[in-house]
Design a protein. Sequence first.
Length: 50
Amino acid sequence: MEANKSTAKYWVIFFFWLAVLITLLVVYREFFWLALPGTVTYFAKAMDLM
């Protein structure tokens, strides 16, 4: 039986990375891709895909 695990921490980190991604997209458009790995990784962890 799989234990229920809380993903709230991962959602908070995902929204932090999303804010960083949007900020980089607006301010430094050429560097927005630097925030993509964190955004995608923590979205997957928050959705409990990993």
